[in-house]
Design a protein around this ligand. Structure first.
Ligand SMILES: Nc1nc2c(ncn2[C@@H]2O[C@H](COP(=O)(O)OP(=O)(O)OP(=O)(O)O)[C@@H](O)[C@H]2O)c(=O)[nH]1
Length: 400
């Protein structure tokens, strides 16, 4: 029997089983069995990267956004509108067969937008191009789920289910469960609060299903069995998702109003160019990018070419900023001067642990320079445009 058939069989058994206190252990075990089989199903064939031909697109820019949705909802039209890159759009389904990248220029940053083939129900079982689409989506920072405003609301649920089945968790944060496998010592089960969904016995049974006999488990929130399985599997991807309802030009104002009020949703019309700026603003907000402008000593900040940091990738402290410029920079930093919303007063003298915020301006004062020149210190040739800064530095008077 194939993996898909085994999953279906277990799902049928779960549907037949009544949910009550007596069956919860059995149901928990069945859930763990399904999770294990799904992980097996998703393992890429040996020797392949997971993506397929036409899907291996090099990462570019400061972030990556994937467009996913059913066929003919307007993904290609949206890519063309936002990036100017032409992606085949037509009124028949499955016009896009591979991954088409485009670049959005927004707020001094470049964001890579990927148009992907429409996915269908059963994508999680490898139907259609589902497997490749999902593999590429996982490589993105956020997902835009494009939906047809004139079609059933059920589409959103079906897509979310398909993505959940392959380990993508949309608009959720990782469960607050500490889990560590050990070599000896048995299982230690603890919680910092009263648990209503999982008890020690259920936890033991699930771990047993994974053949884990020595581990430390600490619940820091009232998590569910599914959360525990997610933590044990350890391969879940937690992503922000914006639900983009396209084609609002063909639905009534009441429907538009209802859709627009849902959380994480934006209503747009590509054909009439409606609300695209709102979509860009929402996308920017969800990506959580932080632009830091560098200021050479005695000169105006360089507002053309920010260093772009992200809390999800690498972090946003002064140390992360320095590492982004050059790995060896951190050990030379005496302190930094920060102007902007993260500073309590302008400029603020900060250390490496200071959290930076979007549009802060940073000047680095190096140890050696201070010692060498008594105030002649300056931030040299470590920005994204080194030659330009050092050229300007040569001419400019050295003020803070
Ligand atoms: N009424 C209306 N039609 C739209 C809008 N945006 C796109 N369309 C139409 O929807 C059809 C499908 O658009 P595509 O951009 O090819 O859709 P897709 O999601 O890329 O489709 P696949 O490549 O099959 O996955 C085309 O005929 C578009 O003209 C819109 O805002 N309003």
């Amino acid at each position: 029997m194939g993996i898909v058939e085994r999953i279906k069989e277990i799902e049928a058994e779960m549907a037949r089983t009544q949910k009550n206190k007596a069956t919860e252990y059995h149901l928990g075990q069945l859930k763990a069995k399904i999770a294990k089989l799904r992980t097996q199903l998703l393992e890429p064939p040996k020797g392949s990267s997971g993506a397929g031909e036409g899907f291996e697109v090099t990462k570019f820019g400061h972030g990556r956004v994937a467009l996913i949705g059913f066929p003919s909802v307007g993904k290609s039209t949206l890519l063309t509108m936002l990036t100017g890159t032409h992606s085949e759009a037509a009124s028949y389904e499955f016009t896009t067969l591979t991954c088409i990248p485009g670049i959005i220029h927004y707020n001094d940053t470049k964001i890579q937008l990927l148009d992907l083939p429409g996915i269908i129900e059963g994508a999680s079982e490898g139907k259609g191009r589902g497997r490749q689409v999902i593999a590429v989506s996982k490589s993105a920072d956020i997902v835009l789920m494009v939906l047809d405003a004139s079609k059933s609301e059920g589409h959103r649920q079906i897509l979310t289910k398909e993505l959940e089945a392959v380990g993508l968790r949309l608009n959720k944060r990782p469960p607050q469960i500490y889990f560590k496998k050990k070599k000896t010592g048995g299982i230690s089960f603890n919680s910092t609060l009263h648990l209503t969904h999982v008890d020690e016995k259920l936890c033991y049974q699930i771990l047993h299903e994974y053949k884990i006999h020595n581990a430390e488990v600490l619940f820091r929130e009232d998590a569910t069995v599914d959360d525990l399985i997610d933590v044990i599997e350890g391969n879940r991807k937690y992503m922000k998702c914006i639900y983009v309802y396209n084609k609002i030009d063909v639905v009534g104002i009441d429907d538009v109003d209802r859709l627009a009020r849902q959380p994480n949703s934006v209503v747009i019309s590509c054909n009439m160019k409606l609300n695209l700026d709102r979509l860009l603003a929402k996308m920017w907000e969800a990506m959580g990018l932080v632009r830091i402008y560098t200021k050479p000593q005695g000169q105006q900040p360089d507002f053309t070419d920010p260093v772009v940091l992200s809390a999800d990738r690498g972090g946003c402290t002064v140390e992360d900023f320095c590492n982004h410029i050059h790995r060896s920079l951190v050990k030379d930093v005496k302190y930094v001067l920060v102007w902007g919303t993260s500073a309590r007063h302008s400029p603020q003298h900060c250390g490496l642990a200071q959290m930076l915020e979007d549009e802060d301006v940073v000047q680095i004062v190096k140890k050696k320079e201070k010692e060498d020149g008594g105030g002649r210190g300056r931030f040299k040739s470590h920005s994204n445009a080194p030659s330009r800064i050092s050229d300007r530095e040569k001419k400019a008077p050295l003020k803070t």
